[in-house]
Design a protein around this ligand. Structure first.
Ligand code: FRU
Length: 611
């Protein structure tokens, strides 16, 4: 199933400056002017494959069907070389004339320059488009789009045994553009089925982030059990729109009365839920530039009343507030219930760029009142202590009272520059969260990999214990599937000053994790982790408060080609960082400054789920 490039060209009318010519791959190219070319589809096939060059500006591709403008997409059509291709699905237009009226934005002095662009000879009509996982850094067990750019997870909803995951998707390139809700679903949170786009840009603009809920009582009138989506329509303004699905989230109808919420300043990422205490719908909306979250309520999902605003001057304020989520959780072992409000923030995260902060408090359906610390201040809390965990939100209607979250495993500082090609970005592992009260009296989020994640385990490759010192103890990491593995390690630092876990490869690239028992922290240094030079913001050291209250730490580390997630086994912190080693890390070395005990070490190879 390989079909990259290889579109042979035969010029049929190259005599004039305005050349029209047919290629052997089912298109006729007609250059109308320095920045304007028609691509007429003449061949039969499921896809029109479009050649992309990453460094080129977008061309506006106006899709004409039987002469009428159907829609406009933006594609970085190749100029001097083809980096990868993207498919335009032709099946909806079968039996109709399809012409792309392409307007490029490059400055040119005459039409001959346009004729030489690499894209024209590489358009082809085909029946196949390979989505095999063949990229070195494409994860083996994390959710990724089959191709194209992905950012925030959207509209996550559990229904009839399936976890639906929508996401911000560009189907026409590996950089942010053409925002569409992509759609995947899973029965086990590990293997994902990929569905056609769920909500595409429409008359009100691109389709930004939002949420879904099951309207069990048919409050909106679309039928009981309809999945209702609220999302941001983004064009000249950002307004909130609604869509609904009566086929289990496969296709959505756009509500003709859109928009359902308008404001005269940037607001986005509506997140709604049925509030059991008020019998109404509650909704949080990011008032992005005001650094606050707006609270709305509604009886029917169409008419919304603004109740209050939360957050001005509170928590981290270094960037725009985006992607809220609000839900109630039990404080473990107490029976006490509290509300957790997630306020994603970009930039302004603890290690630069994007990060997910949260507040614990009370919510009466109208206002969110945050808890304060001993000094009466509202503390800033982080869901993750790595650089690559953003736009985290939870599934609605999850079974067994679970609160399962997933984040975008990247950072706006460099998301568009990471060294991948035909896809960009993956999601974190699914995580189940609850709350715990720590020794400082504060309530914090407790995070664990979703229980399903344990089913990834393949072989137990190593089970041992050891005393450590200055000279590193070395353990081989698996080779299968580019070294994907889970490391479970229990450390008793005893009287040592620090314990170091180093992941390294034969090229001398490494990640260094250091447990500092006195400071009660775990640090993660990826400055020499492999390819780091695509952004000055990428090389970094991130630090998590271990909150162990002892000199022991127990970690669950997941490695997947280009990501490392480090979970504290007690759930007190998690740290997510991308890495791009030129070869997989093949060795774990453990050393300590003073004698320490590796009470238990287990290394499992993992099964790949995205092949
Ligand atoms: C967060 C975000 C959202 C917005 C979306 C657009 O990463 O900026 O606020 O809806 O991305 O893709």
């Amino acid at each position: 199933m390989k079909n990259f490039g290889k579109c042979l060209v035969s010029l049929v009318a190259a005599g004039s400056a305005v050349a029209a010519y047919a290629t052997e791959k089912g298109v006729i190219i007609n250059h109308l002017g320095v920045n304007n070319t028609l691509v007429r589809v003449t061949g039969e096939g499921k896809y029109l494959v479009m050649p992309v060059q990453e460094s080129i500006d977008d061309a506006a591709v106006n899709i004409l069907v039987d002469g009428k403008l159907e829609r406009t997409i933006y594609v970085r059509l190749a100029k001097s070389k083809v980096d990868y291709t993207v498919p335009l699905d032709l099946t909806p237009y079968k039996g109709h004339d399809v012409v792309l009226n392409v307007v490029t934005s490059q400055s040119r002095s005459n039409i001959r320059e346009a004729v030489n662009d690499a894209c024209w000879s590489n358009f082809c009509v085909t029946n196949t488009f390979s989505t095999d996982n063949r990229e070195k850094f494409r994860p083996a067990y994390h959710h990724t789009p089959l191709y194209g750019w992905m950012n925030d997870p959207n509209g996550m909803v559990y229904k009839d045994g399936e976890w639906h995951l929508y996401y911000q998707w560009n189907p026409y390139g590996s950089k942010w553009q053409n925002m569409t809700w992509g759609h995947s679903s899973s029965k086990d949170l590990l293997s994902w089925n990929h569905h056609p786009a769920a909500i595409e840009p429409n008359g009100l603009g691109a389709v930004f982030s939002g949420s879904c809920a099951i309207d069990k009582e048919n409050t909106a009138g679309f039928g009981s059990d309809a999945i209702v989506a609220l999302y941001t329509s983004a064009a000249t303004s950002q307004v909130q729109s609604m869509a609904w699905s009566t086929d289990n989230g496969e296709t959505f109808n756009i509500y003709p009365g859109n928009p359902v919420i308008t404001l005269d300043s940037e607001a986005r990422d509506p997140n709604m839920f049925r509030n059991p205490y008020t019998g109404k719908w509650s909704l949080m909306l990011a008032h992005a530039l005001e650094h606050e979250m707006l609270v709305y309520s509604s009886d029917d999902l169409k008419n919304w009343t603004l109740e209050s605003a939360f957050g001005k001057g509170l928590g981290a304020q270094g960037g725009v507030w985006e992607c809220p989520d609000l839900f109630e959780l039990e404080v473990e072992g107490t029976g006490e219930k509290k509300w957790m409000l997630i306020c994603n923030l970009n930039p302004g995260g603890p290690f630069g760029g994007s990060a997910a902060q949260y507040f614990i408090g009370d919510f009466n359906g109208k206002t969110f009142i945050p808890d304060t610390d001993a000094e009466g201040k509202v503390p800033t809390k982080w869901m993750d202590f790595g650089k690559d965990h953003y736009a985290t939100v939870s599934w609605s209607d999850a079974p067994e009272n679970r609160r399962t979250v997933i984040g975008w495993m990247s950072n706006w500082q460099y998301a568009a520059e990471v060294p991948t090609t035909q896809f960009r970005s993956a999601n974190t592992l699914p995580r189940d969260i609850s709350l715990f009260r720590a020794s400082d009296g504060q309530i914090y989020v407790k995070t664990a990999p979703a229980p399903e994640v344990s089913n990834l385990r393949d072989k137990l490759l190593r089970k041992t214990s050891a005393t450590t010192g200055k000279n590193p103890k070395r353990f081989a990491l698996p080779e299968a599937n580019s070294g994907i593995c889970e490391i479970n390690v229990d450390i008793d630092a005893k009287k040592s000053k620090s314990v170091t876990l180093e992941l390294s490869n034969r090229l001398g690239e490494n990640v260094i994790m250091t447990y500092d028992p006195a400071g009660d922290t775990l640090s993660f240094d990826r400055r020499n982790s492999g390819i780091v030079d695509f952004s000055q913001d990428f090389p970094a050291v991130t630090v998590a408060p271990a909150m162990s209250g002892s000199n022991r730490i127990s970690l669950r580390i997941f490695i997947d080609r280009s990501s490392i997630e480090v979970f504290d086994n007690n759930g007190r912190f998690v740290m997510t960082n991308l890495v791009f080693p030129n070869e997989p890390y093949s060795t774990l070395s453990v050393s300590s400054d003073g004698k320490a005990q590796l009470t238990s070490l287990q290394i499992h190879s993992l099964k790949a789920t995205t092949l």
